[in-house]
Design a protein around this ligand. Sequence first.
Ligand code: NDP
Length: 286
Amino acid sequence: MAQIIDGTAAARAVRAAVQREVEGFQREFGSVPGLATVLVGDNAASATYVRSKHKACAEVGIASHGHELPAHTTQEELLHLVHALNQQPHISGILVQLPLPAHLDTDAVIDAIDPDKDVDGLHPINQARLFAGREGLRPCTPLGIMHLIDHTGIEIKGARAVVTGRSILVGKPVAFMLLERHATLTICHSRTRDLAEEVGRADILVAAIGHAEMIRGAWVRPGSVVIDVGINRLPDKRLVGDVEFAAARERAGFITPVPGGVGPMTVAMLMQNTLTAARRQLHRAR
Ligand code: NDP
């Protein structure tokens, strides 16, 4: 029976560590890191995510600056705001909540963010830094996944890691982070010929597909670490991951639940990224 990886507790510990470091930052520099959030339109889920980010900022002592723009905001207006935030020294990180309304060009908006304030780690320069194995801001969910894997105490170096999913947000960045840590890597996607066979080889499995319980418990390698990123709502309103949890738990060594696994880590890592960005900007300014 697998040990459950408690993402809620791990996220709490990360936030507590960030809080201590923010206090140290304030003592050293006389100011606190600042996170600007940009929310365009009235998507209820996006508004909830932004609220949870502001709440986390308040908890760790980071100053949050919310910018709420109407759904009819033009590309020029949005770019103007991003450019202004790039220039403001008290803003350490800029988070543009996605998805943007369809008339806006998301890529152009992300490209406009100063890469050193790109706390979501989505700017092409930060993606290139990850690809090249250079220091940079990494995306929050993959950072949280790596933190949870480390939390198990297993050695990543030399382990066979299988990532199912190759999105820009989760699959690809986490795959490169595992490679950076010397895992032997396989990336699976919708055209993978035999997903069960690939999953069966994984010492570390990261499932980021978005299909409810698609990865069957019987496929899971005994003793492996299973990180389930998927968040899927069933018709009966229950939330489940991409892995058939009950059966996988019988075989895995460690497994994340859904909810309460990867989900809480994302906002905690956003706090950590904002602190990292603030430090880097101060060093850049010196
Ligand atoms: P995307 O839809 O962008 O990507 C899904 C990936 O899964 C694609 O690469 C796709 O392959 C692959 N895929 C689809 N069908 C199959 C299949 N049958 N077999 C193997 N691979 C398949 O999703 P995201 O990466 O953004 O998100 C994945 C899941 O993680 C979602 O449930 C999302 O809600 C959740 N999520 C959770 C977060 C959190 O906990 N904080 C944050 C972000 C996401 P192909 O490229 O070939 O189409």
